[in-house]
Design a protein around this ligand. Structure first.
Ligand code: SF4
Ligand code: SF4
Length: 184
């Protein structure tokens, strides 16, 4: 990845913030780096850049660092940051947009991450909600990693933590409309 030019200066893409702002519908320049989002983020321990750092990096145009970071995939979309931000910066939507660009432009380093993302969204489109067992099985087949985590998976199944059959959301067509809208 080309983070720095031949003179060791960070590669900046000036219109990156504008692109993210437009796609996410959130006013990214309102962020004044108060750190509230990062201090309350339950996934921060596993991130290479904290949420407030990602926002700053988008503001200044560090496109490749952002699109190759683990943070955008580690984010659990829990909304804790967006609900606490004093400036209504919707980090959840920003993370969504960054994942979409990262996938579309081939920045994802690990194939299984992209596979997980596609299968996760495919299930939501199919049933309107997630069905964890089919998510696991589809991912296992796709990655050909059939036997890791087998025992914990069986235990969860036996304890009733994983539903055998998916349930379809009653208003599935509304969910599919959202997907159709996003594809346009
Ligand atoms: S909470 Fe909002 S204003 Fe504060 S650093 Fe995070 S995004 Fe920026
Ligand atoms: S939505 Fe993502 S970035 Fe925000 S608090 Fe939750 S895990 Fe952290």
């Amino acid at each position: 990845m080309q983070y720095f030019d031949k003179n060791g200066v960070a590669v900046i893409e000036a219109n990156f913030a504008e692109q993210v702002k437009e796609a996410s519908g959130t006013e990214i320049n309102r962020c004044y780096q108060c750190l509230t989002c990062s201090l309350g983020c339950p996934s921060a321990f596993a991130m290479d850049y904290l949420p407030h750092q990602i926002v700053r990096m988008v503001q200044i145009g560090l496109r490749e660092q952002v699109l190759t970071s683990s943070t955008i995939w580690v984010c659990a979309d829990c909304q804790a940051c967006a609900t606490r931000c004093p400036n209504e910066v919707d980090i959840v939507r920003i993370m969504d947009v960054l994942r979409e660009i990262s996938l579309r432009e081939g920045f994802v380093k690990e194939r299984s991450v992209a596979d997980f993302h596609r299968i996760f969204l495919g299930n939501i489109e199919q049933w309107g909600r997630q069905h964890e067992l089919s998510l696991i099985l589809k991912l296992k087949l796709k990655t050909r990693d059939l036997f890791s985590d087998l025992l914990p998976g069986i235990k969860m199944l036996m304890k009733g933590k994983l539903k055998l059959l998916p349930e379809r959301f009653k208003e599935i067509e509304k969910v599919r409309d959202i997907f159709r809208g996003a594809e346009k």
